[in-house]
Ligand binder design. Structure first.
Ligand SMILES: [Zn+2]
Length: 397
């Protein structure tokens, strides 16, 4: 499956090996897997499935009818590949095999590096490009997932927590990480120890908080660089949580940031909050997943207000979404929040929605989809995540 497009982008980005030693005195609280889904769940598939009930046959038709979209791709996010781990963050080996067989037939899997380089280059993307990522560095990725991905020749990226590699029994060892790296797997930063980046210590100033998490990210990157000889500066936010300050800091640090909210990635995507589609648990079904795999990046130019962190009881009210509407079927824009379909109001530069229900603790998101006018059967997809701490200020796992 490695095509000419990929080899064009093969780079030997060997970054000077950092001598940073990673402190292993990370927090000792029990490690918990990501809740890859919001606690308050917007029905992320219903918007699309209300319009079409996709299946593999219709996807094939789409593949034949669809026009090229040279600057849009999709990132899938996995955690466990096992039947013995929490369902919400797991796919079975059989499900992963099914996903990969579908991708091999109808899509082009490219590395995250090729996808990111492609966003800024003049060379068109391959048709329906898809990037495969895993979070958390579980051993079952090597045991159950790696053989499947290797069989298809798919390159992929694993975001790991260096302070937990080889320490927790569920995690890969550094030797395994190095071996997989030699076999084409790219490893990147998921923070040192999987902390909630938004959590602040009592009385911690904003400056001290940002300095603390900056150090955590730098230590993790230093460890990756020391162990593997490269430093991609890609950060997958633990629990998908970030805010405008973290994004600004990451941008200054030269990082690209990846969330756990839905949507296609395109030229207008913000590079510090790139969306990924969770593909585990109840989202593992290929019937619903393939609508997402075939989705397009909604060309959103601005969202007002621009905020992610809400307090319990806050009501956000109107959200204005400025978007390039050329190829969007306006009358079929659908937005959902917490199970509710939101009325769409046309504005001068796009549309607005109104959310009058109060936030409560957890992660939630607005999901908006709209059919493409020119590409029959394909949907533009955009998601705005929100993060609400508990009364005590701490964020839920
Ligand atoms: Zn994680």
């Amino acid at each position: 499956m490695i095509n000419a497009f990929l080899s064009k982008y093969k780079t030997s980005q060997l970054v000077a090996v950092s001598a940073l030693l990673v402190s292993l005195s990370f927090s000792t609280h029990a490690y918990q897997a990501d809740m890859s889904e919001p606690l308050v769940q917007a029905p992320s598939t219903s918007a699309a499935s209300a319009v079409t009930t996709p299946n593999i046959v219709s996807a094939k038709k789409v593949a034949l009818d669809g026009l090229s979209n040279p600057r849009s791709f999709v990132i899938l996010q996995y955690h466990h590949v096992s039947t013995e781990t929490p369902r919400s963050t797991s796919v079975s080996p059989q499900e992963l095999e099914q996903h990969m067989a579908y991708l091999a037939e109808y899509h082009t899997v490219i590395s995250l590096e090729a996808a990111i380089n492609g966003l800024t280059s003049k060379i068109p993307f391959p048709e329906r490009a898809v990037v495969i990522t895993f979070d958390d560095g579980y051993k079952n990725i090597l045991e159950n997932g790696h053989p499947i991905l290797t069989k298809y020749g798919f390159e992929y990226t694993i975001f790991i927590n260096p302070a937990q590699i080889g320490i927790l029994g569920s995690q890969l060892s550094w030797n395994e990480v190095k071996q997989m790296s030699k076999e084409g797997v790219t490893f990147a930063n998921h923070t040192l120890d999987h902390l909630h980046l938004l959590d602040r210590y009592p009385q911690e100033s904003k400056a001290n908080w940002l300095a603390r998490i900056k150090q955590n990210i730098n230590l993790a990157e230093g460890s990756l660089s020391q162990q593997l000889g490269y430093s991609k500066k890609w950060l997958a936010y633990p629990y998908g949580e970030f805010d405008v300050d973290i994004k600004a800091m990451l941008k200054d640090m030269g990082y690209i940031g990846f969330g756990q909210h839905s949507g296609g990635v395109g030229e207008l995507s913000n590079m510090q909050s790139l969306p990924r589609y969770p593909a585990a648990g109840r989202f593992a079904s290929l019937d619903t997943l393939l609508t997402k795999i075939n989705s397009l990046a909604m060309p959103v130019t601005q969202v007002i207000p621009h905020r992610y962190v809400m307090a319990i009881g806050d009501v956000i009210g109107e959200i204005r979404v400025d978007v390039l509407l050329d190829d969007i079927s306006f009358n079929r824009i659908a937005c959902y929040f917490g199970g509710d379909s939101l009325p769409i109001t046309k504005t001068e530069k796009g549309f607005s929605i109104d959310i009058d229900s109060p936030f409560y603790a957890g992660r939630t998101r607005v999901n908006c989809t709209a059919p493409s006018v020119r590409q029959s059967g394909r949907f533009y997809w955009y998601s705005i995540p929100f993060f609400t701490p508990q009364e005590n200020g701490r964020y839920l796992n």
